[in-house]
Design a protein. Structure first.
Lengths: 264, 263
């Protein structure tokens, strides 16, 4: 319990900053919608016939840009990017920071098994990720609700938020698994964000060209895209892949950290 | 000179990795250009059936993406994003790593002034940024020539590519001042990613108006302006230089007076 409280306190300041950043992003993004919503239907028709690559450049896809939830779908990519960066970093640092800050001998000589310490740390990280996504959810409902003109948005936003939460947890365990396996504690966060950037750019490349469509299983950013999720709900295959990945990475975090030679 | 060489060596590996990453990125995106330009040309024909107003609104964008320089300027956003992270990382880590790794009292007790130490470090970092840019530009031109469908203006291509260096220099300078202002930077990457993505998202969200463009270094160079006028916008270029000079001077002043904790 003490470890949990200590971890929550240690990350409190950064969590607050992340939450403010998230609200600012949603607020300023939806502010742009007010100016755009007047352009009307003929735009939508034209967008539908555009080649895929051009849609990717303009950032629209098959979303209806004239409704608030459609516009939110475009913004959603950046919301997810922000949330997953937070998750990756917190996953990587919460495991590696003891060694980085040379507090590892202090913590691990306490009468507590390593597995338990890692478990509590994971729990603390999950709580923080949960707080960020709850704030995002609330902010989205409030801000998008203001622009929606009575159109029902709650289920659209709800389903995208579930997708986002799965991605957050996935990137969190990617971070912890990397931190548990790497030899250099200082490099853990760098490596983990490297993975995140590579998958993000890959998802953009897939938008550009249909030929590499098959690679979409490799990048989590393609799993729950707003344009698919709002129309058809979460796809079972991607939920399955995510759950399996989360399970494997979480278990490997415990196993690898248990066997680890700690740098003192 | 010793400090310069030592720093250069310390950042050799990461410079190579970043340079490699940028080159892979430009190859990945440019290799898609031939098929995309074909798609867009077909779309242009379709566009002729639409009313005049719609054609005007979209036509310019469609025209630019169809050309090599236009396409390059669109994907260049992602390349500058990576470049900016590299520069910000360098900037933050060169001036904070002595304190973080507890080597500050070793270095600062040597008979060299702090100004000398910081300037050798900055020079070393600039060398590695320049190396990245030179190799990148050569690679980008080679790739562009390999995938081109029709001739393109090499001058404009170079102008666009050079904005990578300018953005990196701005980010680097901002990184240095951040690192000397904070008493201790625990994790370089989280701080640098935070700052870079903050600028990136500001650029994404608030780019439409002229006034808000000043807030994000990612928006100092407007690529459609560069393509139409074959030059940069002076107001933004001057602002960028001003920012760089100001933060460098500020960093030297603060670093000279800074309290540095020993182990």
């Amino acid at each position: 319990m003490n470890v949990y409280i200590r971890e929550m306190k240690a990350h409190r300041k950064s969590l607050i900053i992340w939450c403010i950043g998230m609200i600012a992003l949603i607020g300023s993004g939806m502010g742009k919608f007010a100016g755009l919503s007047s352009s009307g239907q003929s735009m939508n028709q034209l967008m539908a016939q555009m080649p895929k690559s051009l849609q990717a450049f303009l950032g629209v896809g098959s979303l209806d840009m004239s409704t608030a939830s459609g516009f939110y779908g475009v913004l959603f990519l950046y919301v997810v990017l922000l949330a997953t960066i937070h998750a990756t970093m917190i996953g990587a640092t919460i495991i590696s920071k003891e060694e980085r800050d040379k507090t590892v001998e202090f913590l691990f000589v306490k009468p507590m098994p390593r597995k338990k310490i890692i478990g509590i740390k994971l729990l603390a990280a999950l709580t923080q990720v949960g707080i960020l996504s709850t704030i995002t959810w609330a902010a989205s409902l409030l801000i998008v609700g203001r622009y929606s003109n009575g159109e029902s948005i709650n289920s659209d936003i709800g389903v995208t938020m579930i997708g986002m939460l799965i991605l957050q947890v996935l990137f969190l365990v990617i971070g912890t698994a990397i931190a548990a396996s790497t030899k250099k504690p200082g490099k853990a966060a760098t490596l983990a964000t490297g993975v995140l950037l590579v998958t993000f750019i890959l998802s953009f490349a897939i938008d550009l060209s249909e030929k590499i469509e098959g690679l979409k299983y490799l990048t989590p950013f393609k799993y729950f895209e707003a344009k698919n999720v709002i129309d058809a709900g979460l796809e079972l295959i991607f939920v399955g892949i995510s759950v399996v990945l989360i399970g494997v990475l979480a278990v490997s975090t415990f196993v690898l950290y248990d066997k680890r030679d700690l740098n003192v | 000179m010793n400090i310069f060489l030592y720093e250069l060596k310390a950042y050799r590996k990461s410079t190579f990795i970043w340079t490699g990453a940028l080159i892979v990125l430009v190859i990945l995106f440019m290799s898609m250009f031939p098929s995309i330009s074909k798609e867009i040309n077909e779309f242009k024909k379709l566009l002729e059936g639409f009313p005049e107003g719609v054609r005007k609104a979209l036509g310019i964008q469609v025209d630019t993406i169809g050309s090599l320089n236009g396409y390059y300027s669109y994907i260049f956003l992602y390349i500058t994003l990576c470049g900016a992270i590299q520069a910000m990382n360098l900037g933050i880590s060169i001036s904070s790593k002595e304190i973080r790794e507890k080597t500050a009292d070793f270095l600062l007790t040597k008979p060299v002034t702090r100004t000398k130490i910081l300037s050798s470090k900055i020079l070393a970092a600039l060398t590695s940024l320049l190396f990245t840019n030179i190799v990148y530009v050569i690679a980008a031109i080679t790739v562009a020539n390999a995938v081109k469908v029709e001739n393109f203006s090499l001058y404009v291509f170079l102008l666009i590519s050079l904005t990578l260096l300018f953005t990196q220099l701005i980010m680097f300078a901002v990184g240095i001042i951040i690192a000397v202002v904070f008493p201790k930077v625990k994790s370089v990457i989280s701080l640098s990613l935070g700052v870079v993505f903050a600028f990136f998202l500001i650029g994404m969200v608030a780019a439409a108006e002229e006034a808000t463009r000043y807030l994000s270094p990612f928006k100092y160079f407007d690529y459609s302006y560069i393509m139409n006028h074959e030059g940069y916008e002076w107001s933004f270029l001057l602002l960028g230089m001003f920012l760089i000079v100001l933060s460098l001077i500020g960093s030297f002043v603060i670093y000279n007076k800074k309290d540095i904790h020993t182990v």
